[in-house]
Design a protein around this ligand. Structure first.
Ligand code: LR7
Ligand code: MN
Length: 437
């Protein structure tokens, strides 16, 4: 289907085939790497990785994919001297076929001069060779954790050994598309405080088809700190005259982004007391915006990712508790008085232990970051504060209400802040006077 209107959301069907540009197969025995981990006859292909491993194993590691960019992206020119980047890919028990395809797609679709190195951080996978054997591939380095750390500490470990000035993070089951890196590097080169993500295309977890994602989405969330893709606000959408222009986003999905290394370090890397998976994308996103940077999606950059419906790995402390710990740390450090809405939306977080956040609070103070109120007003005004609903005569704020409860002798309404009563006969804790009209 051919789409004339770039806003209509249907992607052009491009016949472009992306051919591999390097021939280095002599150094690495790909067949041996893959064949030792093939599924056994009759084995459930979804069991180990929560995607159809059989389909992935069948596909070539060099398979061509459709160029899903808007056609206008193909004529955009980038600086010839863009900086090189260190790629960081952390994984725990990734399927060999998807891990290898991630690495090869990077090598095949990125100008060699832009890749300083590909750092694989093996987060204590069962088989050390999943990672080790890949170091036969040019530019690939492998770090192995001596115990399970989770993706947050693993990424920090990767970032600490990275030698390039720019860091690029990727999940371990991705395929990068044509010219994916240049538009992101360009934006970061122009302004090192920008943290940029591609449009994340979908690789089907069932048949591994590469599907174009809508170009009209950005990252959002609700008060429980649950990530969701959402439509760009209509005013912003209408004012976009150029489909190659970046899209400001309140949060990033978290797995695929480019950041200047000194900026990453200056902002405090990640909160390394967060475990396994989840929440770090909010913490990073709030930190970037509130401490003087910005987040954007670069539409001319496309990277495919296998989205799954469940985690294929275990969480030593349990999935729910880990998510609570990580998001609670985020709320406690960054959300100021608005954290009450997080607790209202996620009451199970109340009373749960989350370690000390003193260091992160101190970091925020040192960086002189803006308030969460500033973030809400300037970055994410679409996230409505739930309690500002007005019941006639009552203004709710958290568990408290500003309620009118009597008239004084002058006819002014007396009102007060206290436990919500919803009646005029229960005097609240503190009183304020509203002059009657
Ligand atoms: O203990 C672990 N150690 C790891 O190294 C658990 C996971 N990992 C690795 C894992 O192998 C993978 O490479 O971390 C990466 C992310 O884990 P996934 O792929 O199981 O989770 P996901 O795709 O749901 O992850 C999304 O949300 C995470 C929240 O913590 C991270 O931010 C991921 O990077 C993020 N992925 C993306 O943003 C890609 C787009 C998907 C979306 C939305
Ligand atoms: Mn993933």
């Amino acid at each position: 289907m051919v789409c004339e209107c770039w806003r209509c959301g249907v992607e052009r069907d491009s016949p472009v085939v992306l051919a591999p540009v390097w021939d280095w197969g002599w150094a690495f025995d790909e067949k041996a790497y893959l064949s030792s981990k093939l599924l056994k006859a009759g084995e459930d292909p979804y069991r180990q990785h929560a995607f159809n491993q059989l389909e992935s194993d069948k596909l070539s590691s060099d398979r061509p994919i459709r160029d899903t960019r808007h056609y206008r992206c193909t004529s955009v020119r980038y600086d010839p001297d863009l900086p090189a980047t260190s790629l960081i890919i952390t994984f725990h028990n990734e399927a060999r076929s998807t891990l290898l395809r991630t690495v090869k797609s990077v090598l095949n679709r990125t100008p060699p001069s832009l890749i300083q190195e590909i750092i694989l951080v093996d987060d204590f996978s069962s088989d050390p060779e999943d990672c080790q054997l890949l170091t036969k591939i040019p530019k690939v380095k492998c770090l192995r954790n001596t115990r399970r750390e989770g993706l947050i500490r693993s990424r920090v470990r990767g970032a600490e050994v990275a030698t390039a000035d720019i860091l690029t993070f990727l999940d371990s089951h991705c395929e990068v598309n044509s010219e994916w890196l240049q538009p992101m590097l360009q934006r970061v080169k122009e302004d090192y405080t920008r943290v940029v993500s591609p449009i994340i295309d979908v690789i089907s977890l069932d048949n591994f088809a590469y599907l174009a994602a809508s170009a009209d989405l950005r990252g959002g969330f609700d008060w429980s700190l649950h990530f969701k893709w959402e439509q760009i606000p209509i005013e912003q959408k209408m004012s976009r005259t150029d489909p190659t222009q970046s899209i400001r986003t309140p949060v990033i999905a978290g797995g695929i982004f480019v950041i200047d290394k000194s900026w990453f370090n200056h902002l405090g890397k990640y909160d390394t007391q967060m475990d396994i998976w989840g929440g770090e994308n909010f913490e990073l996103s709030f930190r970037v915006w509130m401490c003087g940077g910005s987040l954007e999606i670069v539409p001319c950059s496309r990277v495919g990712h296998v989205f799954r419906k469940r985690h294929p790995y275990d969480f030593p402390e349990g999935n729910a508790l880990t998510y609570i710990k990580n998001t609670k740390r985020t709320a406690e450090v960054w959300m100021d008085e608005y954290k009450q809405y997080y607790y209202e939306a996620r009451p199970s977080a109340i009373g749960k232990s989350f370690g000390s956040v003193a260091e992160r609070v101190e970091q925020r103070r040192k960086l002189n970051c803006k308030s969460f109120q500033w973030y809400l007003e300037n970055v994410y005004p679409e996230l409505k504060v739930p309690e500002k609903e007005l019941i006639p005569g009552i203004i709710r704020q958290g568990g408290n209400c500003l309620e009118s409860w009597a008239q004084d002798t002058t006819g002014s309404m007396l009102a007060g802040m206290g436990n919500c009563k919803g009646t005029v006969n229960n005097p609240p804790v503190t009183q304020v006077r509203w002059a009657s009209a």
